[in-house]
Design a protein around this ligand. Structure first.
Ligand SMILES: NC(=O)c1ccc[n+]([C@@H]2O[C@H](COP(=O)([O-])OP(=O)(O)OC[C@H]3O[C@@H](n4cnc5c(N)ncnc54)[C@H](O)[C@@H]3O)[C@@H](O)[C@H]2O)c1
Ligand SMILES: O=P(O)(O)OC[C@H](O)CO
Length: 345
């Protein structure tokens, strides 16, 4: 198998044909041009699969993007996973464990598994790489995380973007980075899986808060304050879990936080804005057609931080709003009334 012998994979499976799964398949497909490598997408809906196979498009998620012809799709996960040396997972975080239980016996014996997801599991407070290791019985050297300032729509338009490919084993990270490097996408490797995942998870909660600010029509000072203090609490959590500070000041930390908190393309930012405009969470959920991980992961982040003894005031306040214990108007006064302290604490 190629991971073992160092050769590039001949087949890559991407499970999840939503916005990011389809876009990342395009990244892989463009990078594979002329190599003979095939990219096979698993989708739940026959109409999505048919559109990809017959028209090289996924109009449900990426209406204007033409997909490379080396991408095919199927609803048959067994067929998609057969002999795939690299398996990329892009389903909503809270559904991953259940999905993996159905897929576990179908993976090729030496497959490397990549998580594209930015969520924390409710109830267990586990990161997606931990769920993957447990359910597929994989060692950390075969589990990779891709994360960074990666708004799918911009990458689908081939706008220059950098990202992070993280794995405990540098050789695996390099192996994966080499197959996802088309001209418009530049991955950097990193061995700090914890820092990379925590950056991607918590930025969604902070983006909900910035979105709330936007919905309330407060200005840039407020948003910059939330982003900066949001990074401080994200870094505290990452460090407590064994992550590195420099990861949080890199693409998967600051980079992703800035992209998500500034962009109207972000689903978390958009969901926050609607809350700030006065919609209830139920109304927001009814309007969202794609996954905004922060809505559910917020609670898991709060629980994990409490378990680790890490102070995360912005996360706690956002969860208070999501759970109906605080109104959006409570947020500013609550956060500002906290006891004064040193910026570095
Ligand atoms: N969209 C982005 O810009 C982006 C970028 C980076 C990371 N991510 C992360 O990637 C992950 C997937 O996000 P997305 O943008 O592709 O979401 P999406 O909502 O666009 O697509 C989710 C996909 O999962 C499928 N799905 C939904 N419920 C499912 C279930 N119960 N079981 C199996 N499949 C199910 C949907 O049919 C769809 O194909 C999230 O964790 C997100 O945070 C997204
Ligand atoms: O649309 P969001 O809020 O899920 O953010 C998408 C990506 O994670 C940005 O890097």
């Amino acid at each position: 198998m190629s991971f073992v012998d160092g050769l590039a994979p001949a087949k890559v499976a991407v499970l999840g044909a939503g916005s990011w799964g389809t876009t990342f398949a395009k990244v892989l497909g463009d990078a594979a041009e002329g190599t003979g490598r095939s990219i096979v997408l698993w989708g739940r809906r026959q109409e999505v699969v048919d559109q990809i196979n017959n028209h090289h498009r996924n109009p449900r998620y990426l209406s204007t993007t033409a997909l490379p012809v080396n991408i095919t799709a199927s609803t048959d996960v067994r067929e998609v996973l057969a002999r795939a040396e690299l398996v990329v997972l892009a389903v909503p975080a809270q559904t991953l464990r259940e999905q993996l239980r159905g897929w576990a016996g179908l993976l090729a014996p030496d497959a490397v598994v990549v998580s594209l997801m930015k969520g924390l599991e409710l109830g267990t407070d586990q990161r997606m790489s931990q769920v993957i290791e447990q359910e597929l019985n994989l060692t950390p050297d075969r589990v990779v995380v891709v994360s960074g300032p990666n708004l799918a729509m911009e990458i689908a338009r081939q706008e220059p973007t950098a990202s992070v490919v993280a794995c405990a084993a540098e050789s695996t990270a390099k192996w994966v980075a080499e197959v996802c490097t088309p001209a418009y996408f530049r991955p950097y490797t990193n061995d700090d899986v914890v820092g990379v995942e925590i950056g991607g998870i918590v930025k969604n909660v902070i983006a909900l808060c910035v979105g709330i600010c936007e919905g309330q029509k407060v200005g840039d000072n407020t948003k910059a304050s939330v982003i900066t203090r949001g990074l401080a609490e994200t870094t505290r959590l990452a460090l407590a879990l064994g992550g590195k500070a420099e990861t949080l000041s890199g693409l998967a930390g600051l980079g992703d936080l800035v992209a998500t908190c500034s962009s109207s393309l972000s689903r978390n930012h958009t969901a926050g804005r609607m809350l700030g405009e006065g919609l209830t969470l139920e109304e927001v959920n009814n309007r969202m057609t794609q996954t905004a991980e922060g809505i559910k992961s917020g609670r898991a982040v709060k629980d994990l931080a409490a378990k680790m003894g890490v102070e995360m005031p912005i996360t706690n306040a956002v969860v208070g709003v999501l759970e109906g214990k605080l109104t959006v108007d409570d947020l500013g006064p609550l956060l500002l009334a906290r006891q004064l302290k040193s910026e570095g604490d």
